[in-house]
Design a protein around this ligand. Structure first.
Ligand code: ADP
Ligand code: ZN
Length: 611
């Protein structure tokens, strides 16, 4: 029997003191984040626990600390073998004994790890769900396992956005080993999935912790149908802003990922591609390069990113509209895990909507998925604070504007747009509602392109009436009219535009309509990676950059990703405190005992030299 389920449970206050001591000693963190301690206490009292926290919220510590508090071992179930290594290295770097059992290792090493874990020498043992099921056939987990932690627990639910059949069998854990507590962790918040996790895992009267899903350090931005050139220029500017860090470009298709990647490489950026069409070894290689900070951008389909713990992703761009808000939030959530500022931008267009709708038509659960897509569109077209809207989607109320989204930062400048609206609506009527957005704008602007002439649209009365307004502005106004419900898009008729009753009222001058003036994009600077990297200007930046180089050197030598040596946040704290002795070094946030002993000399001497 282990301490966790002995007859005389440890007093809770004692758990608090011990847990905090471990947090300081092994992680170098001063305090728990909200919820972490309650979750730890719940597990230590032997209760099943469900943890819902956004990506970067700090879920790992919730099972890692209990693992160290108990005498036995914690089994961590994690879906991706390729990423277990990273997590194990991270724990080992902090001096915590951990190992993974999986098919990438030699079988003899797996057996050794299992034996060590049974002898209490390994505190955290990572396994894939299928491996756990296999081991359960012939290994008795009772007596030496204190806790099962199921990471990415939403994979068990068909309601979630990432159902994995191999998770389905995990319900057996509770059925066979009812006394050992189970902790399920996920960043997916919706109630349906949450209830399903509890049911599928047979959690008994679980303690459920739901944290706020707000991630105030992520900026939110949405741009309606920018042309391709502008999208690439935008991404280039992002890379230029964070030349030593990395970001992710998500595209809808493999081909899209390839194209963007080629464009970025052509401009001289260090970019790679990642999608399910690559071989397993190509994918692993790409992932490794990304994790080790060897590339500035990865252009990927949504196949990329689950389980990636890289803490210093500084930006995420959705090159196309995501299929629902859950996926979107999870994908942008991969940025800024270290709590430092990170930028997220979404480009969307009606072509994306049509593509996504066609995926949905071929899938099961059409109704739910169409509804989710609609909510995604509402978000894109929102004229209110985007963070408020996002959080309300997750049933959370933010009672103030965030000042870190595009709507808050440049609130719409509205004007009486009845006249331009009538021009557009009239053009739609005159084409017999048989034209798409681009054609309508071309008619308004009097374009002479062949298809337009062939259809004799140049004979329409509205031809050329909107010449004085740019294409981009028209595009905005038509989008707004769609959003306001004056125009409908017939997705099943090649995205042709139709008038709604409200649109007819505007056309007949029965009502006025207010439109928002489009925002000017900041002047496009020509960007090329080949230009000399800007030298850091102020001393703090210079020190930060030197610390990063030292970190990179150490990481390369040890064969681990730089952020496992120290996170950016820890380096920032070093910049602030400028520790020059060992005693000062251990005060830095994120410096635990092991790393202090190992790294104080090179880092403090760099700082001494710098001062
Ligand atoms: P999640 O698994 O929820 O996505 P992580 O467990 O990877 O998040 O935690 C995100 C980051 O926050 C990590 O760098 C982690 O070390 C850090 N972190 C977690 N808890 C704390 C804490 N109490 N104080 C400071 N940093 C913390
Ligand atoms: Zn806002």
């Amino acid at each position: 029997m282990t301490t966790m389920h002995s007859d005389k449970p440890t007093p809770q206050s004692d758990v608090t003191i011990r847990a905090k001591a471990l947090l300081n000693r092994f992680y170098g963190y001063r305090d728990f984040r909200p919820g972490q301690l309650d979750i730890i206490k719940s597990i230590m009292s032997g209760r099943d626990t469900l943890v819902l926290m956004p990506t970067g919220g700090g879920k790992s510590i919730c099972y890692q600390i209990p693992a160290m508090l108990g005498e036995g071992c914690t089994i961590v179930v994690s879906p991706l073998i390729s990423l277990m290594k990273d997590q194990v290295s991270g724990l080992n770097a902090n001096g915590i004994p951990a190992a993974a059992i999986n098919s990438n290792n030699a079988e003899i090493d797996n057996q050794t790890a299992l034996r060590e874990a049974m002898r209490g020498k390994i505190k955290l043992l990572y396994m894939s769900p299928e491996r756990l099921m296999l081991e359960m056939e012939h290994v008795d987990f009772r007596g030496w396992v204190d806790l099962f932690a199921i990471d990415e627990a939403h994979c068990i639910s068909q309601w979630g956005h990432d159902f994995r059949p191999e998770y389905a069998a995990l319900g057996l854990i509770k059925n066979r080993m009812g006394k050992i507590p189970v902790m399920a962790l996920t960043a997916t918040a919706d109630k349906l999935t949450r209830d399903d996790i509890v049911r599928q895992l047979s959690l008994a009267d679980p303690y459920i912790y739901i944290s706020s899903f707000d991630r105030p350090n992520l900026s939110l931005r949405v741009m309606a149908s920018p042309p391709k050139k502008q999208k690439i220029a935008y991404i280039s500017r992002l890379i230029d802003r964070y030349p030593d860090d990395s970001g992710i470009v998500y595209t809808l298709s493999r081909k899209g990922a390839e194209t963007v990647n080629a464009e970025l490489q052509l401009k001289g950026y260090k970019s790679i591609v990642y999608h399910a069409g690559l071989s397993a070894s190509e994918r692993d290689r790409a992932q490794e390069m990304f994790i080790n900070g060897e590339v500035q951008a990865v252009c990927a389909t949504v196949a990329f990113g689950m389980g990636i713990d890289k803490s210093n992703i500084r930006w995420v761009v959705h090159y196309n509209m995501p299929r629902n808000i859950e996926s979107y939030y999870q994908e942008i959530g991969r940025a800024g895990r270290d709590g430092l500022k990170a930028e997220t931008t979404l480009f969307y267009s009606y072509a994306d909507v049509a593509t996504l709708q066609s995926f949905i038509n071929e899938s099961g659960q059409q109704e739910i998925n169409s509804e989710k897509l609609k909510r995604m569109m509402d978000y894109c077209e929102s004229q209110i604070c985007r963070r408020r809207m996002l959080l309300s989607y997750f049933n959370e109320v933010l009672d103030h504007d965030c000042h870190n989204c595009d709507v808050c930062l440049s609130p719409p400048d509205r004007f009486d747009g009845t006249v331009p609206a009538q021009m557009a609506l009239s053009a739609i009527v005159r084409t017999g509602e048989k034209a798409g957005k681009q054609m309508i704008i071309d008619i308004l602007r009097g374009s002479a392109r062949a298809e337009l002439i062939k259809l004799q649209y140049d004979k329409l009365k509205t031809y050329g009436v909107g010449r004085m307004i740019s294409f981009a502005e028209w595009s905005e106004y038509v989008s707004q009219l769609i959003q306001l419900g004056a125009i409908d898009i017939a997705y099943d008729e090649s995205n042709h535009l139709k008038l709604t009753t409200y649109g007819q009222k505007i056309l007949k001058s029965e009502v006025k309509v207010m439109l928002a003036r489009p925002h000017k994009e900041p002047g496009e600077k020509k960007s090329s990676a080949k230009k000399k990297k800007a030298e850091p200007v102020n001393p703090a930046e210079k020190l930060f950059s030197e610390l990063k180089s030292l970190r990179k050197e150490i990481a390369t030598r040890e064969g681990i990703p730089p952020y496992l040596v120290f996170t950016d946040k820890t380096l920032m704290d070093m910049v602030k405190r400028r520790p020059v002795t060992m005693n000062e070094f251990i005060q830095v946030e994120g410096v635990g005992e092991r790393k202090c002993v190992k790294y104080w000399a090179p880092f403090t001497s760099l700082i001494k030299n710098f001062i």
